[in-house]
Ligand binder design. Structure first.
Ligand SMILES: [Zn+2]
Length: 240
């Protein structure tokens, strides 16, 4: 699904703890630099991502780099398989590096009660999470010279090193889980899954300062009406 000159959303169906769910993995594309994949879905999604790319006239081998917004399992799940298949460079924020590389256990661990309800396959994923070597650490405010300029925006709160991207030429924010959305309306990130909500609100305020025309949320998809006003309104919420 093309959402702007350089950004495509690849909606991928999956089953999360709460039932059927769609993950909005995305691609930033230009003719010179190839495709940059943002997040990788749950484990086992490499071929689904490849099929979604073929639907828009590309293939997995067009992926030259993978940017990870944060290390939750629904974002790094297929990272090792995609790196193996493509040789893509892996990039993320400094705060996420030890988790993406598997040097530290994930920030969110299931409680004993949650573990009791998990399948053996699910437990195995938590106990031996997907990992990959990070080739490039992205700094807050850094501008990547792809697709007319892509700005790195650190947006901690949901996880310690969460980051978002701003595709400058298109005015598109790729927000990972700094935000959610539902039917075209931005929402706060999932509270139970968000490590530090006051920090997450400060991050949303940071995004609200960008000249954004649209926000692509990983859970919920595209918001393209009054994006900046919606960001400002969310940032002004009391953090409780
Ligand atoms: Zn997520």
């Amino acid at each position: 699904m093309k959402i702007s000159d350089h950004v495509y959303a690849l909606p991928l169906d999956t089953i999360m703890g709460s039932g059927p769910s769609v993950l909005f993995v995305s691609l930033i594309v230009d003719d010179v630099h190839g495709a940059t994949l943002v997040d990788t879905g749950v484990p086992g999604m490499k071929d689904k991502i490849g099929a979604a790319m073929e639907n828009i006239g590309m293939s997995l081998s067009d992926i030259k780099r993978v940017i990870i917004t944060h290390h939750d399992l629904d974002h790094i799940g297929s990272l090792p398989a995609i790196v193996e298949a493509t040789g893509a460079r892996v990039m993320t924020s400094g705060g996420e590096v030890p988790y993406v590389q598997g040097d530290l256990p994930g920030q969110k661990q299931p409680t004993p009660e949650m573990r009791a309800g998990m399948s053996p396959q699910m437990l195995a994923v938590f106990d031996n999470p997907p990992k990959a070597k990070v080739d490039q650490v992205l700094q807050d405010g850094e501008r990547l010279d792809i697709a007319g300029g892509v700005r790195v925006v650190y947006t901690p709160g949901h996880t310690v090193g969460h980051m978002s991207l701003f595709v400058e030429a298109d005015g598109v924010v790729i927000s990972g889980d700094a935000l959610g959305s539902h039917d075209g309306t931005l929402t706060l990130p999932w509270p139970q899954g968000t490590a530090d909500m006051p920090e997450a609100l400060r991050s949303i305020a940071k995004l609200a300062q960008l000249p954004a025309k649209a926000v692509l949320a990983y859970h919920g998809g595209l918001v393209n009406e009054n994006a900046t006003q919606q960001l400002q309104a969310l940032a002004a919420q009391p953090s409780a």
